[in-house]
Design a protein around this ligand. Sequence first.
Ligand SMILES: Nc1ncnc2c1ncn2[C@@H]1O[C@H](COP(=O)(O)OP(=O)(O)OP(=O)(O)O)[C@@H](O)[C@H]1O
Length: 601
Amino acid sequence: MSAVLNHKAGWMAGAAGIAALGIVPFSGSPYITSFVFTVLIAYILAQSWDWIAGEMGYVNLGHYCFYGVGAYAFSIALVGNWPFAISLGVAIVVTAMLALLLAFPLFRLHGDYFAFATLALLPLAEVLAYNLTPITNGADGVVLPVAQVLQEAYLIALAVCVLTFVVTLRINKARFGYALKSIRNDEQAAETVGVQVAPVKCKVLVLSACFGAVAGALQAWQMSYIDPATVFGLNVALVPAAMVLFGGSGLRWGPLAGVIVLACMQQWLLVNIKGFQAALYGLAILLIGRFMPGGILRSNWVRKTPFIRALGREHHEFMGETAGTDATQAAGQSPLPIERRDAAGNMPLIELRNVRMQFGGNVAVNDVSLKIQAGEIVGLIGPNGSGKTTLFNCISRVYTPTAGKVLFAGKDLSGLRRDQVAQLGIGRTYQIPRPFGDLTVQENIAIPLMFGESPLSPRDAMREARAFVEFADLSHRLRERADALSVQERKALEFARALACKPRLLLVDEVASGLTPAEVKRFVDQIRHVRDRYGVTVIWVEHIFSALEQVVDRVIALEQGSLIADGHLSEVVQDERVLSGYLGSAAKPVKIGSPIVVGGA
Ligand SMILES: Nc1ncnc2c1ncn2[C@@H]1O[C@H](COP(=O)(O)OP(=O)(O)OP(=O)(O)O)[C@@H](O)[C@H]1O
């Protein structure tokens, strides 16, 4: 009830704020109007920048390039006597096309390399603007027909700001937003649960560029003049980033708070402190970075202050609120919504033909051939570094094998992407769990359901996720961030997330290591249950033979990348090559049945 009231009060406060801003241009003060106009433009820029940084985790230092291209395209069209709306449309289309073109080379890069490459866009665009004189008028810039458009530009900027905020809210709840968040947390894990990352990255860059272009066009319209240095200068490159980081990146209100506080501070310093205003402005940013590293909205005093504390709420806190009813409804052992798919004829579910994976001179997997029938549980053993995880990576297309073929239900996986392999029905866990740390347990499991073979809406995915959460015995942690879980809980979560891919083949990588015997037993029972009840085929990499012994139909042993044994566990552990691989040449036969851990972790 109180959440509903808060929600209503929030919308009413928002509507009142927009109405108040709407009357500013009629206040008779061009100074205030142009100041607020600058803030509105800065918000559009900062928030659209944060769709890439805060939501997807990529720092784009070239956002101003889209602002500048938008400003130029709009101005050139307007000078060519095209109407305002068409000129704005031209600016959006030209910038969107540029962003699409840039997405391909830029998104081949990650982390710092991506940031530096985007920073290079600005000097590049500046040089082009100076030298493509017949189009851009070079250093003289473009002079627009003189007109008093402050009021109109202001009202349009206000409308675009509202749209920007609405898009931000939509992104937060949409599948697209979940794709962005999964990429931010772990791009590879996102792909292996079915998220096709390339189009998502392109879309968000184009979306962000279009809003940047509108901001540039409106600013150019209002100023009646642009030149290369003002729209592409390196000195502006960090402005959106500074504003967002100042307020709180990834928070709904973070960019707006950063823009307002920094713009007001800058204006105050400009009026009151002559000479040192730039230095003091820089110092303030430095101090905020030092003492409030997540931005002012994440600071303790904001989180403790009534009325404004809601502004600093993180995404998972909003999700916690909406998950409330779901959590209380989850009771009893509901069956997992996985359709049982039994074997078709005698064809193996997974077949490897001479699969080889080489890293330079290091042959991690050496011409491995094997067949696994549907419904089998197969243990994969071998000493540390023998190539077990690499073999999993070859099957799930994390690596493209150097040679050989992987066939899944008769289909050659060569050329498929990781997300396509996940959608075909291959789920996996990682040796060191890789949950989406800043998303809730429920969201972690909902993501594969949103991007599976039959994609669900976020709402349905969240509902369906409850059965998997319950299966993992994490109902009491439903609304908590995954990075708050213990190692054992993370393993349980990742196992459930892999199951939420509704796999026909489940690749389980050392899920039992570091667990108590009771916890190991639980995993053993779960693996047996998903095979018996849902027909899921399992390959389990494990060093704990006593765990494997309870559930596997057979084991396959690797040594230095080569397959050296394939058979019943009791036979394989007596094999001399297996023993010497694990324990050295003087090894004695291993007695299974005791809780021994052979080999590594
Ligand atoms: N991306 C990579 N680049 C270079 N070498 C790699 C890469 N991935 C794996 N290797 C090498 O391949 C070999 C096999 O490693 P892998 O992780 O598959 O072994 P493992 O059997 O899973 O070991 P563990 O039991 O310790 O997990 C090792 O020598 C490892 O260093």
